[in-house]
Ligand binder design. Sequence first.
Ligand code: ADP
Length: 298
Amino acid sequence: MELVLEADGLGRRYGGTWALRECSLRLPAGRVAALVGPNGAGKSTLLHLAVGLSRPDAGEVRVFGHVPYGNTELLAEIGFVAQDTPIYRDLTPEELVIMGGKLNRRWDATLVRTRLAQLGIPPGRPVGKLSGGQRAQVALALALAKRPRLLLLDEPVASLDPLARREFMQSLMGSVAESGTTVLLSSHILGDLERVCDYLIVLHSAEVKLAGPVEELLEGHRQLSGPRAAGARPIAGVAAVVRASHTDRQSTLLVRADGDPIDPEWTVRDVTLEDLILAYLTDDTVTRASHEAWGVPA
Ligand code: ADP
C-alpha cells in the first residue's frame, strides 16, 4: 500500500501552546480524506506542515516519503488551496493561468481554461469581482493545473452558501475521480464531507482523536440503548465505551465493538459518520461547544 502522508509524533507549537501534538497518521494513496474538527483544533497547522509552509517542533511528517519543508521538488507534486482562497484579487483568471505557467514546471493551462469555461466563469474579470463560489472554483482549477499527486484543501467551502458548497464538492470529486489524486480536505461542516470522503481524521484540541477508512470506522462502532442499570455491568461485544449519555432510566452509548454479538439486553443500531465524529469529541463541555461550532443542535 502506497502511503501519501505519514506523520509520527508530529507537533507544532506557537509560544508555549501546542497547536498540534503527538500526531501520528498514515494516509494511503487514492483516498479522499476528511480532516474534521472545530475551529482551533489544529487542522490548518497540520496542512501547513504537510505542504512545507511550516516546520515541525516535534516528530516528523513525510509526503511521498520525503520531508516537505524546503523541498521544492516535492512541492511540485502537491496542490494546496489555502483557507479563504486568497488568490490575487486584482488579477483575472486568465492572468493567473499565465502566471501559474511561469511558476510551475508541469502546468496544464488547457485544463484550467476548459474547467472555467465549463463553469461559466469569465476569464477576463478580476478575481475580486467574482462570487465567493467562483473564486473557490478558480483556486481549485489552479491547484489542479499542477496535476498534483496530493491535493490539500483548507476549509475550501467554509464561506460559501450551501448550493455553491455542493457545486464545489461535486466538481472536486469529478476531477479527482478522473486523476486518482489523493485528497486531504479540512472542514468544520460535517454535511459537506459525509457523501464524499472515504477516510476520516478527527482532530480536537491539537490531538488526533480518530483516524481510519470511513467504512472500517463505521463498521467498528455501534450505538446502544438500554436500561440505565445495565450500564453498570461490562457489556459483551463491547471493546470500549466512547461516549455515554443517560436519562433517569435509559442509557445511550456509542461504543467500539469487538466483533462478537452485543449483549441482547441492549438495542443496537449502526452509527452515522456524524454520530462517530461527535462522540469522539469526548468530554461533555467540549461536545456541546463543538455542536455549536458545527451548527448541529446539541
Ligand atoms: P483550525 O485550522 O483547526 O481552525 P489552527 O491549526 O488554525 O486550527 O489553529 C490551532 C491552534 O493554533 C489555535 O489555538 C490557534 O489559535 C493556534 N495558532 C494557529 N496559527 C497560529 C499562529 N500563527 N500564531 C499563534 N497561534 C496560532
